[in-house]
Design a protein around this ligand. Structure first.
Ligand code: SF4
Ligand code: SF4
Ligand code: SF4
Length: 548
């Protein structure tokens, strides 16, 4: 047996064992992309680098998947310089990566709704799934479907071709369909945290914040000076034009928000300390674990009278965390921005809820994390055509019974489905299971650090049910090794030279013929979205082979 230490822990393993395996014995998680148990070692991605010091004192970085242990070896796998080397390996892989993890419309939407996912559900008429996707990111979709100026559509890729997908109208149609049901969708909440939050102001920011705080398991009391919640959404001089936002729609949507278990106390105005009949920040601090103020735009004197720190546009808060200098007191929406869009207020409410949730659970308010995404930017016309060709003939899933019982007539459902079918699905099919993205996020890799001129976006083998995207292939060799190990008559091979090496099928045959029954395994072993199912089925739902 050979004894060595990894991150200061001693371990004994048989000779010939790799550092990766020895680390796994200690429960140390070393990332790998091109390694898979049972397949020949590729040592090409260099994401599994560790630092070793040998008996003679020599130090070097080595790929742990292909380096055997040696007596008295000291291995570092969790130090800052190892993390920096892994980050560089990931950034080099990403330097030549052609794909968007998240669609451009999702970045353009202030609340970052998963728009392509919603559109896929609408296209296949799964409105009950679509509303779940929508309400993951938007507490007030029927309201925003009427008053939002649609920044997502300005970011839509199809806008430069034949007009943006009608994202906002489709969201409204689904939200209205949901609210028309007796049992509208009410999301489940996390287990009770035992913490209590006061949200003052029941406009779009307060309603959104209360909704997300409640979903995180906190007990929420929502205060407002009016007897009915809604704030500026009821003000005809602000966002509450009844011709655009009918009161019955607003009332029903607010009922759906409160249904997650929010206590509403109307007629409770935020007042300076010692003024009777209202609520004061200080007394709320005594009663609740956190207080969020979102009572809209006020002048500086009002904020000062209420005992809140003021800045040039409203309450002074730390950017990102929404916290004021008063411990446990936060502010968001027009209270910190002056006048702003309703959708910005909803986004603030959601982000402030995230910061307050961290504060309550970890003791420190944290900003909403910007999701990691490779972004390819503007596409050339032929690249749009490439996406387009896939979207138009995407297979339609079967009708779901849920829509049969809705109040929309079939023509409207069909029109919504056709409109949603215009989406080019710019997000990556591999998003949930992509190991390249997961590790890039873990090590804080910057996808643009070594970016040069990008390759052209191409989709290959579009006629088969498995797609190959050469721009996302890191040439790890796993899919080739799987087909070689199974001794398939055709299988996969590498084609091209140097930087242009890619995976291909011999003799110009189809991918379907090449992979045979191994298609699922090949998609599952692919550490990126280079191999994916054309219908969007993700490798996460497949039997995952054991990986390093
Ligand atoms: S393959 Fe991974 S890193 Fe590349 S676009 Fe898809 S999710 Fe992002
Ligand atoms: S085509 Fe679809 S996924 Fe792409 S930007 Fe437009 S709505 Fe988003
Ligand atoms: S397509 Fe094959 S070689 Fe390319 S990343 Fe996926 S598994 Fe690796």
């Amino acid at each position: 047996m050979i004894r060595l230490t990894i991150d200061g822990q001693s371990v004994e393993v048989p000779p010939g064992t790799t550092i990766l395996k020895a680390a796994q014995k200690l429960g140390i998680d070393i990332p790998t992309l091109c390694y898979m148990d049972g397949l020949p070692c590729q040592t090409s991605c260099l994401v599994c680098l560790v630092k070793v010091r040998e008996r003679n004192g020599r130090e070097r970085f080595v790929p742990s998947c292909g380096t055997p242990v040696a007596p008295d070896m000291e291995v570092e796998s969790e130090t800052a310089d190892v993390a920096a080397m892994r980050r560089t390996s990931l950034e080099l892989l990403l330097s030549d990566h052609v794909g968007d993890c998240l669609a451009p419309c999702q970045f353009a939407c202030p609340v970052h709704m998963n728009i392509p996912d919603m559109l896929r559900h609408i296209q296949s008429r799964q409105f009950d799934e679509a509303i779940v996707t929508i309400k993951e990111d938007i507490a007030l979709p029927a309201v925003l479907g009427r008053v939002c100026p649609k920044p997502c559509e300005k970011g839509c890729r199809r806008g430069s071709a034949d007009g943006a997908v009608a994202v906002c109208d489709l969201k409204r149609i689904v939200a209205d369909w949901d609210l028309a049901r007796e049992d509208f969708y009410v999301p489940t909440c996390e287990a009770a945290s035992g913490r209590r939050v006061a949200v003052v102001g029941a406009g779009p920011t307060g309603l959104s914040a209360a909704y997300y705080l409640r979903r995180r398991g906190h007990a929420v009391t929502l205060f407002d000076r009016q007897v009915q919640p809604g704030g500026r959404l009821r003000d005809p001089n602000s966002s509450g034009n009844p011709a655009i936002l009918p009161p019955e729609v607003l009332n029903r949507e607010i009922t759906a928000v409160l249904a997650v278990g929010i206590e509403f106390r109307g007629g409770a105005r935020l007042e300076p300390p010692n003024v009777r009949g209202g609520v004061a920040v200080d007394s709320l601090r005594g009663e609740f674990d956190a207080v969020l103020v979102c009572i809209g735009e006020q002048n500086q004197r009002t904020w000062e009278a209420l005992g809140l720190p003021s800045g040039p546009r409203g309450v002074a808060v730390e950017r990102g965390t929404f916290r004021t200098v008063i411990p446990g007191v936060f502010a968001a929406g027009n209270a910190i921005r002056g006048r702003g869009l309703v959708v910005r207020g909803c986004a603030d409410g959601k982000e402030a809820a995230f910061a307050i949730d961290r504060f309550l659970k970890e003791g420190e308010a944290k900003p909403w994390p910007e999701p990691f995404s490779v972004r390819i930017g503007k596409l050339a016309a032929e690249e749009l055509d490439e996406l387009h060709s896939l979207s138009l003939d995407a297979p339609r899933e079967e009708l779901r019974a849920s829509v049969d019982s809705c109040d929309l007539d079939t023509a409207e459902v069909n029109a919504a489905s056709v409109q949603a079918g215009r989406c080019l699905h710019c997000d990556c099919r591999a998003l949930p299971g992509c190991r390249l993205r997961r590790y890039a996020e873990r090590y804080g890799a910057d996808p643009n650090r070594y970016k040069g001129e990008r390759a052209v976006l191409r989709l290959q083998y579009k006629e088969s049910h498995v797609l190959y995207e050469p721009g996302k292939c890191i040439v790890c060799g796993l899919c080739v090794a799987v087909t070689e190990a199974a001794r398939l008559p055709l299988g996969l091979t590498f084609v091209g030279r140097g930087f242009d090496v890619r995976v291909g099928v011999p003799f110009q045959r189809s991918l379907e013929e090449a992979l045979g029954k191994l298609a699922e395994q090949c998609v599952a072993v692919c550490p990126t979205g280079a191999l994916s199912f054309r219908d969007g089925k993700t490798p996460a739902s497949l039997p995952i082979l054991r990986s390093g």
